[in-house]
Design a protein around this ligand. Structure first.
Ligand code: FAD
Length: 463
């Protein structure tokens, strides 16, 4: 602390500078504002600044820096690490800043940092436009974009961060800067995959693309006993699929929802979700060979609104969660065998495994074109468990971690920063930035030498 005052004095001073509310423990809305998607994270900040604009963010950064407060930055609150909240310190909550302005002429959108992907899809689809974004409508635009960001459109149009044209950033010094290819290009490079290390982004400008409003998409569902064969259907189809086609293959438990046939309610199944980023009739033709494989229990592939398809990925709020992300160079038969064995041993309905293909525009740029380093892997693997009772923590943590270790021989050793949990060590944090770590550390030293923004997947300043 640079002054002799009590932290409460700092928070009182901050409250006077804010247009938005400063929530303290016991205030209405405090518990909602500190809740994140992973319910295993239960942190109690000393104060939460519900920022309504850049001026509030500048005030909060100034007070945090001047009083050496522990700091967290929250947008959608969906990062599994729970880095969006901290114990005791100050949370900069961008939730109220969710304005979006679409320019249909230039096919661009300016999106404030508190917006979610559901918000973005809603506004952009009104003009038949979209940017690759998250597969759950409640995910924050900010965290996903800063970590790279992958969505159904990525094989065609690249990572979310590849579509970033510029960003407004409040720096550790409390100054507002505009980062783009022309303005502070080092910072702009770092923001596209380097996470929240360099400042608080207050808004993003994206390049949009003509998408939908109707796309060809849906699910193919098979008995769990056929998971091995279904993995091969996936592997064979994605090996030479056009960039418009994207699949997700996995093992999951189907809930008792009216859109699934009753006979398969509450059962574990093998599933392929398929999507085509082009005219629906073309998608139907391209996906025909995939649909002809095996004998699915359900085939829901059809023309449907892109925004509705995106909304269907809703992961239904905050639950206890553990997960591990890895990249696979190939999906070999032994890797499939291991995946099937662990899927058969899933501890509860919330335990899932999903594999998605890379390729196309997503992996075309060189790995140092932006801070996002992992342009080479062929598939992304996500092992995830969600449950409610804390007494069941051990069995779920054991399953996720044993599964992860068993898959290790088939992986590249890299990890997506957007899926790093808070208990993975420095080695995995460095692996998340790959060969770009050293350059990120130099840029960090230029923009945040005191590491004010360290409550994240941290790049430590060097130099
Ligand atoms: C159900 C679910 C589905 C997912 N699907 C996808 C997917 O399809 N594709 C994909 O790429 N990822 C996906 N993810 C991962 C997702 O990209 C990350 O969890 C992402 O960090 C979430 O962003 P957020 O704004 O909600 O996170 P938050 O938890 O609010 O923030 C995440 C990190 O970014 C920092 N941060 C947040 N806002 C700012 C800001 N404005 N300025 C500076 N730093 C900031 C935070 O401090 C924190 O370290 C998914 C996650 C979940 C839970």
């Amino acid at each position: 602390m640079t002054t002799t005052d009590h932290p409460d004095d700092a928070y009182r001073a901050l409250g006077e500078r804010l247009r938005g509310a400063l929530l303290r423990p016991g205030d209405d809305g405090y518990d909602d504002a500190r809740t994140v998607w992973n319910a295993r994270i239960d942190r109690e900040p000393a104060a939460i600044a519900r920022c309504t604009g850049v001026a509030d963010v500048v005030a909060a950064v100034d007070v945090a820096r001047e009083h050496d407060l522990r700091l967290a930055v929250k947008s959608g609150g969906h990062h599994v690490s729970g880095a969006a909240v901290c114990d005791d310190g100050l949370v900069i909550d961008l939730g109220p800043m969710d304005g979006i302005r679409v320019d249909p002429e230039t096919k661009t959108a300016r999106v404030e940092a508190g917006a979610t992907w559901g918000d973005v899809d809603h506004e952009t689809q009104a003009f038949g436009l979209a940017v690759p974004g998250g597969q759950d409508p409640n995910i924050g635009v900010a965290g996903l974009t800063l970590g790279g960001g992958v969505g159904w459109l990525s094989r065609k149009y690249g990572l979310t961060s590849d579509n970033l044209l510029s960003a407004d950033v409040v720096t550790a010094e409390g100054e507002l800067v505009h980062a783009s290819a022309e303005s502070h290009p080092d910072l702009f490079w770092a923001l596209r995959g380097g996470g929240g290390n360099f400042g608080v982004v207050t808004s993003f400008e994206f390049q949009l693309h003509a998408v939908g409003p109707e796309v060809f998409a849906g699910s193919l569902i098979y008995p769990a006993g056929e998971t091995r064969e279904v993995a091969r259907y996936y592997r064979e189809f994605v090996a030479d699929a056009p960039p418009e086609a994207r699949l997700l293959f996995g093992s999951m438990h189907l809930p008792a929802k009216p859109y699934f046939p009753e006979a398969i309610h509450d059962t574990r199944v093998a599933i392929i979700v398929a999507f085509y980023a082009g005219p629906p009739a073309e998608g139907e033709e391209v996906l025909a060979s995939l649909r002809a494989r095996g004998d699915p229990l359900m085939d829901s592939l059809r023309g449907r609104p892109y925004a509705a398809f995106q909304r269907a990925g809703d992961s239904q709020g905050s639950r206890r969660t553990d997960l591990r992300s890895q990249y696979l160079a190939t999906l070999s038969d032994p890797a499939i065998d291991t995946l099937v064995a662990y899927a058969e041993d899933a501890p509860s309905p919330g335990a899932t495994v999903f594999v998605s293909p890379r390729g196309g525009a997503e992996t075309e740029p060189p790995s140092d074109a932006t801070a996002y380093a992992h342009r080479d892997a062929a598939h992304h693997l996500l092992i995830e468990a969600r449950w409610d009772a804390s007494e069941r923590d051990d069995e779920h943590l054991t399953w996720v971690r044993a599964f992860h270790d068993a898959m290790a021989p088939y992986t590249t050793g890299d990890v997506a920063m957007n899926f790093l949990t808070d208990d993975e060590g420095r080695e995995r944090v460095r692996a998340a930035y790959g060969d770009n770590y050293n350059r990120l550390a130099e840029i960090k030293a230029a923009w945040d030498p005191e590491n004010l923004f360290r409550g994240n997947q941290n790049v430590e300043p060097t130099g």
